[in-house]
Design a protein around this ligand. Structure first.
Ligand SMILES: O=C(O)CCC(=O)C(=O)O
Ligand SMILES: [Fe+2]
Length: 309
């Protein structure tokens, strides 16, 4: 039986920014996961978005397939994604729907939306949520900069968090998978690719983390949902930036027999931002472990491995 992990709680509205930044530093060095409270997204909106999630996935498959994923936006059916490209499973037992930046100035608006007659007000609810969670993520990133002994505006100044690449992913893990094979995961073991992820869920369990990704056998611990709080985790690009000081932790979703809905918001740097080791995270005796890389190129490569295309 997996143990439950006690994660630290970070208060985004705390007036003591220095001690909040120190708590973030400790959480990101030790585990790479924490709860975020007082983030400015009201419980009512969270509830409405999770309800919107449920009604979208309840549509007939044919209706959902009209919005099949293009340019990383839209619907991905069951088993079409494999978050652990090294595994031989037939794919993750989840379906998802992606919403990208709302004002995509370079490529016009690429998002796909269900027709208003089919799901009235659905788009406006999702857009409202997107804006709120983006705002919370940007405020959090300022504190992350402080936690790294940088100016609060650092990620903005280097072009990472102004016009960031924010993606909302609505997720549905069906409870009843029928006579499923072995190696079946809702989301197989992976780390997130970008900067930070803010996750909301309906409270159904299944999320697990493995704190030591290089240790065998892997030890998995349960992460519980705290009502109203986001579960936040660090992504691989922030791990690269920090020369592995901050940890992008392996996680997965196991089937529990219960239907589960969640919404992940991936706050990734602007695609043109170059991610290179921060000055505060290396020294002569601890040189940079990764070469600089353009964020867009790194993310594109990771997406290709996940979708096999
Ligand atoms: O649904 C969850 O709890 C986690 C989802 C996740 O890890 C992901 O989409 O990257
Ligand atoms: Fe993830």
């Amino acid at each position: 039986m997996a143990q439950t992990l006690q994660l630290p709680i970070i208060d985004l509205a705390s007036s003591d920014r220095i001690s909040t930044a120190l708590s973030i530093r400790q959480a990101c060095m030790e585990c790479g996961f924490f709860y975020l409270i007082n983030h400015g997204v009201e419980g009512d909106l969270l509830h409405e978005v999770l309800e919107g999630n449920r009604i979208f996935f309840a549509l007939p498959l044919e209706e959902k397939m009209k919005l099949a994923r293009k340019e990383h936006r839209g619907y991905t059916p069951l088993y079409a994604e494999n978050l652990d490209p090294s595994s031989s499973s037939k794919g993750d037992s989840k379906e998802s729907f992606y919403i990208g930046p709302l004002e995509d100035t370079t490529r016009g608006c690429l998002n796909q939306w269900p027709a208003e007659e089919i799901l009235p007000c659905w788009r406006s609810t999702m857009e409202d949520y997107y804006k709120r969670v983006l705002n919370a993520g940007k405020r959090l990133i300022s504190l992350v900069a402080l936690a790294l002994n940088l100016e609060e505006s650092f990620f903005y100044d280097i072009g990472a968090s102004n016009q960031p690449n924010g993606f909302l992913r609505l997720l549905h893990y069906p409870g009843d998978l029928g006579p499923s094979g072995e190696n079946m995961y809702g989301a197989s073991a992976h780390s997130d690719y970008g900067m930070i992820t803010l996750l909301a869920s309906d409270g159904v369990g299944g999320l697990q983390v493995c704190r030591e990704k290089t240790k065998e056998p892997r030890v998995w611990e349960n992460v519980h949902c705290v009502p109203g709080a986001f579960i936040v985790n660090i992504g691989d690009l922030l791990e690269r930036w920090t020369n592995c000081l901050f940890r992008s932790t392996l996680h997965r979703v196991i089937p529990t027999g219960q239907t589960r809905y969640s919404i992940a918001f991936f706050l990734d740097p602007n695609p043109d931002c170059v991610v290179e080791c921060l000055k505060t995270c290396c020294s002569e005796s601890y040189p940079p472990r990764f070469p600089p890389i353009r964020s867009g190129d790194y993310l594109e490569e990771r997406f290709k491995l996940t979708y096999g295309s």
